[in-house]
Design a protein. Structure first.
Length: 125
């Protein structure tokens, strides 16, 4: 009895791991205005999602510049951190479209990939 129970758990665990692996591919991680993202969600090539502003920016939300002592939020710099209770939201349609188009973690086909193999910049388009 014990044996079959542990086998079931192993099989269920294996199926769960397979489901997680397949759901994490580039297609399922597509940036969309239909999805919600947490504050500081990172997209390679785009940056960090600022939930109160519903867009991506180069620096994390409320990033402090040690040189100036100012804080970055929503594309601007301020004297103090931006306080807002929004920590999850859906991006504006234009912001989602731009983020998806500029991602660097999605393999893209075409002639742009050859630069990686011939010692080019390695950036494919």
């Amino acid at each position: 009895m014990k044996r079959s129970r542990s086998i079931r758990l192993v099989l269920i665990g294996g199926l769960s791991a397979g489901a997680l692996t397949t759901s994490c591919g580039p297609e399922s991680a597509r940036v969309s205005a239909d999805n919600v993202y947490t504050n500081n969600y990172y997209v390679p090539g785009i940056g960090y999602y600022h939930a109160p502003f519903r867009a991506w920016y180069a620096f994390p939300y409320n990033h402090r510049d040690p040189r100036t002592g100012r804080y970055f939020y929503g594309g601007q710099w301020g004297e103090s951190p931006f306080q807002n209770i929004t920590n999850i939201s859906a991006p504006m349609p234009a912001a989602a479209q731009q983020a998806q188009a500029r991602r660097t973690d999605v393999p893209r086909g075409g002639f742009g990939r050859t630069s990686h193999y011939w010692g080019g910049s390695g950036i494919s388009s």
